[in-house]
Design a protein around this ligand. Structure first.
Ligand code: SF4
Length: 344
């Protein structure tokens, strides 16, 4: 290394260091702190390369809860690091950049949800895991994009459901379950909601043999046009099975699958499907974070316990932590572990 392990004041100072120095610094600090680095599927490649686990938020949080690390560095967005803290209350959870939030999660606040609950006494609240810990704590049960249908089906058919915060996933679940008593919050993921049919027509014209898979956070008209609707974990499985695939989700996953299967035709539905919030984390910020032990995610215990209750109810319903698929198992053997259920 060209530098010692002396602390530098700001992430900008770290950005001036060569990549190899940053990687070595991260490795050494990780060892000193007994830390584990969790990288979401949508992170920059440089973050994915130094992550101990790759996956989506819930899968990563569950991996974190199972490790004996003292420190969890979550490279994703804020609600994901919160979920790690909810499930691992005695561990220190760090984020490289506190401003990396999820606009979809921020659509609904605790106060706004309390007002909606007051308007619908007796309704059950289902919170997509892409929500804040405060919103989870006010909910009856959480869901992921993989198990949302099963979660909703577990609620009596005559009970009104308040589904927060994703209107597209809410509409998908209403359609799949045939329920007309689901009130969806008007939130959305800008990355998936911005995917449009015109882009699909364009890619399909150039690759008519490639099936199209899309994430349920996309708009209903795209879901109708899709050959498969599934979470990012489902997309990982589909990529293993198909030689060609048009993939409607964030670019980070497509890039990762392309690196894994360079011989396959794995096509992003849109080159513009990039989550800028996920990309706020960088190698320099990660090195700064490990050096300084910042930024720590803290939760009020009442909120944490409430969020854990809603998450545990979902996990109990789903049979707990699922066994890895064959594709996941193969990647685990290769030392890269994709687990979980979607952006969520
Ligand atoms: S991809 Fe969408 S849901 Fe995921 S963090 Fe970005 S804005 Fe939020």
């Amino acid at each position: 290394m060209s530098t010692t392990l002396d602390l530098l004041p700001t992430p900008l100072d770290y950005a001036a260091l060569p990549k190899a120095d940053l990687v070595e610094r991260i490795r050494r600090r990780k060892e000193e702190r007994n830390a584990v680095i969790l990288g979401h599927n949508y992170q920059r490649v440089e973050i994915q390369e130094v992550s101990d686990y790759l996956g989506d938020s819930l899968g990563l949080s569950q991996e974190a809860a199972a490790t004996d690390a003292d420190v969890i560095v979550f490279c994703g967005v804020h609600f994901m690091a919160e979920t790690a803290k909810v499930l691992s209350p005695t561990k220190t959870v760090l984020m490289p950049d506190l401003r990396a939030g999820c606009p979809m999660a921020d659509f609904v606040t605790g106060d706004a949800l309390r007002r909606l609950k007051d308007q619908h006494p007796g309704a059950a609240v289902v919170a997509y895991v892409n929500s804040t810990a405060e919103v989870k704590a006010l909910s009856d049960i959480c869901c992921t994009s993989s198990n949302a249908v099963r979660v909703v089906e577990s609620i009596p058919r005559d009970q009104t459901i308040l589904f927060v915060p994703d209107r597209n996933l809410g509409a998908y679940v209403a359609e799949k379950t045939g329920r007309d008593n689901i009130i969806s919050w008007d939130g959305y993921c800008y990355v998936h909601d911005d995917l449009i049919l015109d882009e699909l027509a364009d890619v399909r014209a150039r690759h008519p043999d490639a099936p199209f898979v899309v994430h349920p956070e996309a708009r209903p008209e795209l879901l109708e046009a899709a050959d498969f609707v599934t979470s990012t974990a489902g997309m990982v499985d589909l990529a293993a099975e198909h030689d060609a695939l048009i993939i409607g989700t964030e670019r980070g996953l497509v890039d990762r699958l392309t690196r894994k299967y360079p011989e396959k035709k794995l096509l992003p539905l849109s080159g513009a499907a990039v989550c800028g919030n996920m990309k706020m984390n960088s190698l320099a910020k990660l090195a700064w974070c490990l050096d300084h032990g910042e930024y720590e995610v803290r939760l009020d215990e009442e909120v944490r316990a409430g969020a854990e209750r809603a998450l545990r109810r979902m996990l109990d319903l789903s049979g707990g932590w699922s066994a890895p698929t064959s594709e996941e198992a193969a990647l685990e053997e290769a030392g890269v572990r994709p687990r979980g259920c979607g952006c969520s």
